[in-house]
Design a protein around this ligand. Structure first.
Ligand SMILES: [Zn+2]
Ligand SMILES: [Zn+2]
Length: 277
């Protein structure tokens, strides 16, 4: 009995190795990030080393915006909030329209390349892999939601590209969390400016009032999980959350695969015209 299961284990392993060998003979593709030859059968064309190089944002993040914060900050203030989510100059409290935002990993290194592959090459298996990571974030942090909503593209942009990259993550995520996927709930009514690089102020300006809920859609009292690929300033998630809140959403949690952590984070000009830094 014992021997049989050992030999069965061996043959299973042998089969897996044989399958990988066949894959590398017939599909001698390199990792799309580092070009190392892929030796295992997976629909995600990125090697294990590159996948393991993503830096998860798990500990010591701001309880509101999810930005990594230094342990000294925690120690000094006794608050789990980053500098930006604490009080603004003049006693103004900086608040976003979303309740919380969380991300899988830092937008840096090979994750930047991976996001580009998702965005411009419609790499659906990678979207599903990211969805698995985000489902882990949702479960470990106990995030509560009733529906999953992708940040929408303007319809001209979506027609041009043929898909919405946020949807490539949101759809498999909804399936994993067993929640309804509501891609039609939000629409982008004003396109992003054509200019490629936007200043921080332009970023906030370009999305302000650029989203709306679709007339007739049921939003009232819903807890929304709002999904996007990258969070940089938080302006997009904020503008989407504002539209959802106006339509009666009970709560909005922003969830992105990646989070820009290097650049200084601006205060929205709308809320603190003089205190922005
Ligand atoms: Zn690689
Ligand atoms: Zn914060």
């Amino acid at each position: 009995m014992g021997e049989r299961s050992i030999s069965r284990g061996r043959s299973v392993r042998w089969l897996a190795e044989a399958r990988d060998a066949v894959v590398s003979i017939f599909f001698p593709a390199g990792c799309r990030i580092c070009e190392q030859l892929l030796t295992r059968a997976s629909r995600v064309p990125i090697c294990d080393d590159c996948l393991a190089s993503f830096v998860p944002l798990t500990e010591k993040v701001c309880e509101i915006c999810g930005r990594p914060i230094e342990s000294t900050t925690l120690h000094d203030t006794g608050q789990n909030r980053c500098r930006i989510c604490r009080e603004m100059p003049g006693g103004q409290v900086r608040t976003y329209a979303f309740d919380r935002a969380r991300s899988f990993a830092a937008y840096d290194g090979s994750l930047v390349r991976a996001i580009l592959l998702l965005k411009f090459e419609r790499m659906e298996p990678l979207g599903a892999w990211f969805a698995e990571r985000l489902a882990e974030v949702v479960n470990t942090q106990g995030l509560q939601a009733d529906v999953v909503v992708p940040v929408p593209l303007h319809r001209d942009r979506e027609r041009e590209r043929g898909y919405n990259q946020a949807d490539l993550i949101a759809r498999p995520l909804a399936r994993r969390l067993k929640l309804p996927h509501r891609a039609v709930l939000l629409v982008r009514t004003r396109p992003r400016p054509d200019k490629h690089i936007l200043s921080l102020e332009e970023r906030w300006e370009s999305v302000r009032g650029a989203f709306a809920t679709r007339p007739g859609s049921q939003v009232d009292n819903l807890r929304v999980l709002l999904v996007d690929d990258v969070m940089t300033t938080g302006a997009t998630l904020d503008a989407c959350a504002r539209a959802l809140r106006d339509a009666g959403a009970k709560s909005v949690i922003g969830l992105t695969v990646a989070r820009a952590v290097r650049n200084p984070f601006p205060a929205p000009v709308s809320q603190s015209p003089s205190g922005a830094r």
